[in-house]
Design a protein around this ligand. Structure first.
Ligand code: PRP
Ligand code: URA
Length: 209
């Protein structure tokens, strides 16, 4: 599928399997989410533009590539997306951080917005939306809608686990957005949870229930 990139790296698969285990505690869960964000980010940033700059080594002066072009903004979807932010800033420490607060209505499963603060001007940044879970796709579509409404133009989304239903909805609504996924799971259940999934990502990251 165009603009959808499903990761196949063994380290990502191994760490996602550890995340899935119900006995994985908050501490380990949080660490794994951060590590997986680094590994998916490594792949998602493969196309960042470079420019040659002059650098003086202890031996001689040389031209050597460094990151160029648009600056990065990472936008976690609250709450669970917060768990991936440090992974992204490990890779690109200069990234600015925006926040979009959304929660799913337990009955309708549709997202409700409760907070939004984005770096300005957002149109000049490469934006990376992070959220561990893409289930119905409602939250991701709402987040990208919102970023575009504020002027965001170049947008990638990163998820650790996605359901086919979410990929379908997000790519239909936003075919221009590149979607990076750690693992594509089987389906949603009647409560719109991903199967086999890992349960409620926000609760497992923050130790709530
Ligand atoms: C989870 C998850 C996504 C959303 C995915 O958040 O982190 O944001 O659900 O579901 P969707 O694709 O069906 O919209 P949740 O609403 O549980 O909020 P939380 O992060 O505060 O726990
Ligand atoms: N949100 C989660 O945290 N987990 C799911 O399986 C679906 C939505």
């Amino acid at each position: 599928m165009k603009n959808v990139f499903i990761m196949d790296h063994p380290l990502i698969q191994h760490k996602i399997s550890l995340l899935r285990k119900k006995e994985t505690g908050t501490n380990e869960f949080r660490r794994l989410v951060e590590e997986i964000a680094v590994l998916i980010g490594f792949e998602a940033f493969r196309d960042l533009p470079l420019e040659d700059v002059e650098v003086e080594t202890p031996i001689e002066t040389c031209m050597t590539p460094m990151l160029a072009g648009k600056k990065l903004a990472v936008v976690p979807v609250l709450r669970a997306g917060l768990g991936m932010v440090n992974g992204i800033t490990t890779l690109v420490p200069s990234a600015k951080i925006g926040h979009i607060g959304l929660y799913r209505d337990p009955e309708t499963h549709e997202p409700h917005e409760y907070y939004c603060k984005l770096p300005v001007p957002i149109e000049q940044r490469q934006i990376v939306v992070v959220d561990p879970m893409l289930a119905t796709g409602g939250s991701a579509v709402a987040a990208v809608d919102f970023i575009k409404k504020h002027g965001g133009k170049t947008i990638k989304c990163m998820f650790i686990i996605a359901a086919p239903e979410g990929i379908e909805r997000l790519t239909k609504a936003h075919p221009d957005v590149q979607v990076y996924v750690g693992h594509l799971d089987r389906e949603l259940n009647e409560a719109a949870y991903i199967c086999p999934g890992l349960g409620d990502a926000g609760d497992r990251i923050f130790g709530t229930k």
